[in-house]
Every structure is written in structure tokens, then in C-alpha cells.
Design a binder for this molecule. Sequence first.
Ligand code: PLP
Length: 388
Amino acid sequence: MKLFDVYPINNITITRAKGSYLWDDKGQQYLDMYGGHAVISIGHTHPHFVSRITQQLNQVAFYSNSVRIPIQQELADKLGKISGKEDYQLFLCNSGAEANENAMKLASFHTGRKKIVAFTKSFHGRTSLAVAATDNPSIQAPVNQTENVVFLPFNDESALENYFSAKGSEVAAVIIEGIQGVGGINLATSGFLQKIRSLCSAYQSVFIADSVQCGYGRSGLFFSHDHAGVQADIYSMAKGMGNGFPVAGILIAPFLKPKHGLLGTTFGGNHLACAAALAVLEVMEEEKLMQNALSTGEFLMKRLEKIEGLENVRGKGLMIGFDATGELKDLRKNLLNNKQVFTGESKPHTIRLLPSLAIRIKEVEEFLEALEEEIQQMMITPKLVNPV
Ligand code: PLP
């Protein structure tokens, strides 16, 4: 049987990983500045992560949500404390798209309304409503297209105000990433997030903070929306939550009331997933990884800003982007092939850095050295080929 060929892949087979490093089947070492798409939060194969999951696996891996699963409450307690949202409620599921799908459904159930406001360059996942709220028609099947979702310009307060004045009473939810990831590391301004908060409150619409990529400590605060000093009504989480174990969830404000059967999933909140998620939070706390994300991210950004050739260095914490154009357009590919460094991309020319929150300064230095060498090489090579 063939695999359904939907991923453009690099010809690399990873067989081992530790901290911020990966090794392939030939023993070649790679530096991971990508975290497998912002997923690796506490570092690959962290010993506490491995032992907590192993211990759980030997006790019970799964039973359905038809019985009490005390480790879910343990996770909710820890999550409430670390995120500062102890009065919120937790619903567990399996992926970022599923988290956003449930967030938007819940908003619609609660308000009895149909309209979802999303923004240009947004990415919220590939399930039907999540992809409908994603600003990329090429990944929406005809069946996903709906007039219930409206896209407004990102960071445009007056466009948002005008829309609410006209249609506010029909809006079930506004969904926004605090820092757009797939869209190219675009930061929502504090003013824009505050405007969303005030309009959602005024019109009784639900404010959904998609924190699948920018959340879980990556920005240096637990949710990137926290930098603006606003409280959303629902926060969606996935990626970093399980350090690679598939686990996701939504944090739900107290005014949104549950009812049996309202939401559900077979795998969500299983014992193993909760053990993985707890291990992540325990390590984040023990090793002060949010503080590390903030300080190491600042260090990295300051150094990137000084590198000639890189444009528009931007981001927060360890969610950083810059543009590489012209003679540097193949920089990302070259970093992987020539320097064995994994980075992320956002088309057409943004390089995204999403390393583990546990990355150390010496690993960042190693990255910067590789980056500077590669850039220098790329800047001289054309001159050698075409001497004046
Ligand atoms: N939301 C954001 C902001 C994302 O970046 C992603 C994935 O990249 C998703 C949602 C979808 O998450 P998943 O791929 O786990 O469904």
C-alpha cells in the first residue's frame, strides 16, 4: 500500500532525538530550530516526559470518557495554575483543528448565532469549520465554503468596528491567533486584541484566542494574548501541550456552561495524553521554561537584527520570523542541507524559528554561527560565478 502523498518531504530519516538535537539513520546530527512545527516544547525525549509516559503506559493507557479519569483533573488543576486561568474549564481533545472546531461550535451553541469573524492570513486548522476560518481557499474543499465566516483585515481596528456596527448581533465568535504562525509571524497589536475584547463584550460574542502555535509559553507568557492584558473567552491549545504526544484542548470561561453531550471525543483526555501533558507542565515549571523563552528569544532576536541580509526580524519569545529574499531566497534549504539546521518557513520568503522552549544560549550561538556562515557563502558565491 502506498502512503497518500500529501507532504513535500525532505529526504531525511530521523532515528534519534535529544533536547534540541536530532540524528538521522546515518548518524548525522541536526540542530532543531523548528521543533517539528512548534511542537517540541520541553526538548526531545526529556527524561521526565519519557518516564511519566512509560509509568502511565504500564498502569493504563486508555479508557473512554465513560469512567472517572482523575489524571484529567490533575492536569486541569496544574494548567489552571500555570496559565493563571483557574476559574476556566478544560475540555480535552486531540489536535489543534479539533480544539478550534469545538471552540467555534461552543460559541455558536452559546450565542445561537452563525457568523464567525476571522482575519486575513489566519490559519486555524483543516477540519470543516476550522478550515473555513482559515484564509487559504486552496485548502478549502467546496463543502467547506460557507458564508458564515467573514475575513476582515488583520490589525485593522476600524474595519472591525464597522463590521460590528453593521452585523455585531449576528457574530457568534471572533477567532484570532495572538501571533500568526503559518501566516508568517505577524503579531496582533495590543490595541487590536483590546478592541476585539471590548466589541465581543459589547455584542455578547465569544472571543476565541487560537493559541495552538503561539500559546503554551512560547511567547514568554503562557498565552501570547496575555501580552495585551486581555482575557479571551476560549483559548485553544495543542502543539506544545504534549511535546509530540497528540493532545489538545480548550480553556473555557466560566459563563460558558456545559451540558452532557454538548461536546465529545473518543480519544480526548485519555490517560496517556494527560500523563504527557502533565509531564510537559511539570518540566516547564521546574526548568522555568517560559522565562527561558522570553530571555533566550530576546537574545536571539537582537542578534538576528544585526545580521546583514535578513529583513523584518519579528516575533516574541521563541516564535521568531525574518524574511530572506533575493540572493538569500534559498537560505532555509541551504541551512538544512549545508549546515544541518532545521527551520520552518512561511511562503513566500519568511523563515520561522520555533525551537524548544528549553533551548540554551550555546545552541542559539551555534545556530547564529551557522546562519552567518551560510549567508556569507551565499552572498559571495554569485560574485564568484559572475566576476565583474
Ligand atoms: N491553529 C494554528 C494557529 C496552527 O498553527 C495550527 C497548525 O499549524 C492549527 C490551528 C491546527 O493544528 P493541528 O494541525 O494540530 O490540527
